[in-house]
Structure formats: structure tokens, C-alpha cells
Design a protein around this ligand. Structure first.
Ligand SMILES: Cc1ncc(COP(=O)(O)O)c(C=O)c1O
Length: 410
């Protein structure tokens, strides 16, 4: 698919422009707030936030410092001081997401968070689970396994990339649920197309149609990428990984469960700090993160990562990342490369994917890295997911390299 001229103009229209690479002037990236030092080299620049982000140097230094403090002194006093940082991080992350600390579990990653909902939901034979067909395996195959165990049914539905309006998307979600639906689970921003669903509108419409459906939103491409207010999005649970757009420690994730559901969802692991019997669960959603001994230093550094988002604000991070993505989108469109991702501004995100057959996508990742020094991914095609640590030079280099490899697209 090549992009029609009217779509191209829709994307570039209204933007302010600077610089020129391919004939069209590319949207400028404003200076924005200062971004911390990440330390990666100029010939190995990450543009794969949808998979794994680098951690700012001050955050990795904090993590190393906490680990060293523990190694030098494992006394109860040091351990409780470091563990207290976990509660501090929980409170600050909850505030950034418009939730309460008691509704947040600090788990290991989005996969685990999704699986708490998949495995822990009270479901019976005959109950229906409805899934967007762009869900990640941890929110898709995991439900098939659960259904096989419990006799539930799984139904999937699609949203064509060319869907034109928010209402059309909402209608597709509404049509997907039935009287038997007990769970609707979908990804806010797809990792395989970059499609950004109108999550608030979808949740509100589903509630009006049938208010006892548990709505789970996979926020792996959301948390740390875009402003997301759980006070305004009426979902029942939400998941994310700190090592993606949040630019936090690796193997740390979150699960939000709205207060009224915490009691009825079963934990999938029960260990310390759970108490002596079944009724002695840790407070609130902490019952989902009672996983025994954790990497306390890594979890403690979540608070240091949160400081970056507090300083820039989630809306500020979203603005900066979106500007970088906008420049990239316009440059790629101007080259006439075939898009998997929507170019309708209502559904775009900082995850941009071009069409490429599987083998070619892998080769593109290698060739583009060699040619431009930019690290991309072969997911859903040829995927670029720039974040606030990327600049106009990175964007222009990856556009030029994609152009030079144009024969591999399509
Ligand atoms: C939408 C989505 N959900 C879940 C995951 C799993 O994330 P993790 O590997 O951090 O558990 C990913 C990973 O890319 C993802 O894109």
C-alpha cells in the first residue's frame, strides 16, 4: 500500500517545519525539557522503545548504589530502608497514573501482570472472553490456555487499520461483546501495528452496554509513553513494563487493579510477605506482588525513574516523543514506503511500522543498523519506536537508511 496524497497531506498539514531531507520539509522537534544522559553511543542508537528502553545513567547508578548498600550491610535497617523505596515508588507511580498506591502491584513485567488477570479472574465454563486480535501472546494465547482449563470460550475481533473514525472503532468493540461476555481484554497501543485505540471512549461505551464486563487494558506501549489517567479511563485493570517507555529498571512491571476487583481476583503466586493463612493477604493490590525475595535494588530505582516523568510530566514526555515520531512518519511517507501503521492522527502513536516480509524485516534491521547506527526491530514488519532520547539527527539517519534499502519493503 502506498499512502494516498490526501493522507500524506493530512499527516503533514498543520505541522511546523524545519530542515529538509527528501524534498519535503520535515516537522521540527522543539527543544523541550532537558533529557537526562543515557550514555549510548552515536553508532548504536536505540529506536526500539516498544521492546526495551535504555535506562538513564542516573537511574542505573542509583540501582547500583542500592545494590552496593545491601551488599555492604544486609542488616534489617538497610533492608527496610531500601524496601521503603519500593513503597515510595508505588505511591509516585500511582500519582502519575491517577490511581491509588493500594491499587498497584509491582510485578516483574507486563506478561506477568496480564497473566494475573488471565489466571486469576473468577470464570466458569461457558463464560466468554473477548480479545482484540492485535493482543500480545501474554494477553492472547494465555487466554486460550485459561479457556482450555476452565471451559470458557475465546472470541477475537479485528479493527481494520484503515478504520476512519473513533466511533467506528468503538462500534467494532461494542459489536464484539455479547450477553455471555465476562472479559474484554485489549492493548491500548498495539506493538504489531502501532494502532492507538480510543481507550476511554471504548471503556465508556462498553460500560453503557453491559457494565459487568471486566475490561483489561494492556499498557505495555502506554506506561511512560503517553499521559494515561486511570481516573478518566474506566478500565478494571491495566498492565505495563518499566523497561519499556518508562525507561526504568529491567524486569519490573506494574499491574493496576481497580479497588472493587482486588478481592475477587486470585493471585497467581503466594509467598512472602503474605501472612500465615489465606486471609492474611498484603494490603490491596500488593497481594499480587507477594513473589518472595525480589531484586530490591532494582525495584527501589523505580522511584528514580519516576522522577524523570515527574519532572517532564507524562504529557510532556508524550509531546516530545510524538514530535520525534511525527518527523519520522512524514519522512517515511515522503519516500513512499508502504505503511502497516495507520497515518490517521486519531490512531497514530510513536510505534511506526513499515511493511516488510519476515525475512526482509530481519535483514532491514541489520542493514539499517550498519548503515545508520540506529537500532530498530522486526516486529509486525520493520518497526521503529523512537522516544525522548531520540533527536532529529537519529530520525533523519533512519529515514535515509530506509530509503537506501527501499527494495526490501513491501
Ligand atoms: C502489548 C504488549 N504486551 C505485553 C508485552 C510483554 O512485555 P514484557 O516482555 O515486558 O512482559 C509486550 C512486549 O513487547 C507488548 O508489546
Amino acid at each position: 500500500m502506498t499512502i494516498a496524497r490526501r493522507d500524506f497531506l493530512k499527516v503533514v498539514g498543520g505541522a511546523s517545519f524545519a530542515g529538509s531531507l527528501t524534498g519535503v520539509a520535515l516537522p521540527a522537534i522543539s527543544a523541550g525539557a532537558s533529557v537526562p544522559d543515557f550514555g549510548f553511543s552515536d553508532d548504536s542508537v536505540p529506536m526500539n522503545a516498544a521492546n526495551l528502553c535504555p535506562v538513564p545513567l542516573n537511574v542505573s547508578a542509583a540501582e547500583a548504589r542500592y545494590a552496593r548498600e545491601l551488599d555492604l550491610d544486609l542488616s534489617p535497617a538497610t533492608r527496610s530502608r531500601i524496601e521503603a523505596l519500593k513503597e515510595d515508588a508505588r505511591t509516585r507511580i500511582a500519582a502519575l497514573l491517577g490511581a491509588s498506591a493500594d491499587e498497584l502491584a509491582i510485578v516483574r513485567n507486563t506478561s506477568e501482570a496480564n497473566n494475573v488477570i488471565v489466571q486469576g479472574m473468577p470464570l466458569e465454563a461457558g463464560d466468554e472472553i473477548v480479545l482484540w486480535d492485535q493482543n500480545h501472546p501474554s494477553n492472547s494465547v494465555a487466554w486460550d490456555v485459561r479457556a482450555a482449563r476452565s471451559g470458557c470460550t475465546v472470541r477475537r475481533f479485528s479493527v481494520p487499520i484503515e478504520t476512519g473514525s473513533i466511533q467506528e472503532v468503538v462500534d467494532l468493540f461494542l459489536d464484539s461483546v455479547s450477553d455471555r461476555t465476562k472479559v474484554l481484554s485489549f492493548t491500548h497501543i498495539s506493538n504489531i501495528t502501532g494502532f492507538r485505540t480510543p481507550v476511554a471512549e471504548i471503556c465508556a461505551a462498553i460500560r453503557r452496554k453491559k457494565d459487568d464486563i471486566h475490561i483489561h487494558v494492556d499498557g505495555a506501549q502506554t506506561w511512560g509513553a503517553v499521559a494515561f489517567d486511570l481516573g478518566k479511563v474506566d478500565c478494571d485493570s491495566f498492565s505495563g513494563s518499566a523497561h519499556k517507555w518508562f525507561m526504568g529498571p529491567r524486569e519490573v512491571g506494574l499491574l493496576f487493579v481497580r479497588e472493587r476487583h482486588i478481592g475477587r481476583i486470585w493471585p497467581i503466586v503466594v509467598s512472602v510477605p503474605w501472612g500465615a493463612d489465606a486471609n492474611a493477604a498484603p494490603k490491596g493490590a500488593r497481594k499480587f506482588d507477594a513473589l518472595g525475595q525480589r531484586d530490591d535494588a532494582s525495584i527501589a530505582s523505580l522511584g528514580d525513574a519516576a522522577a524523570l516523568h515527574e519532572a517532564l510530566t507524562p504529557a510532556g514526555v508524550e509531546r516530545q516523543s510524538s514530535e520525534v515520531a511525527a518527523r519520522l512518519r512524514v519522512g517515511l511517507l515522503d519516500l513512499g514506503l508502504p505503511f502497516v501503521s495507520s497515518v490517521n492522527p486519531q490512531f497514530t502513536s510513536s510505534v511506526i511500522i513499515l511493511k516488510a516480509a519476515r525475512d526482509n524485516a530481519g535483514r532491514l534491521v541489520t542493514d539499517v543498523l550498519k548503515d545508520s547506527g540506529i537500532i530498530t526491530a522486526a516486529v509486525g514488519g520493520f518497526r521503529m519506536s523512537p522516544h525522548i532520547y531520540n533527536n532529529a539527527d537519529h530520525v533523519d539517519r533512519v529515514i535515509a537508511a530506509a530509503g537506501r534499502s527501499r527494495a526490501l519493503f513491501g
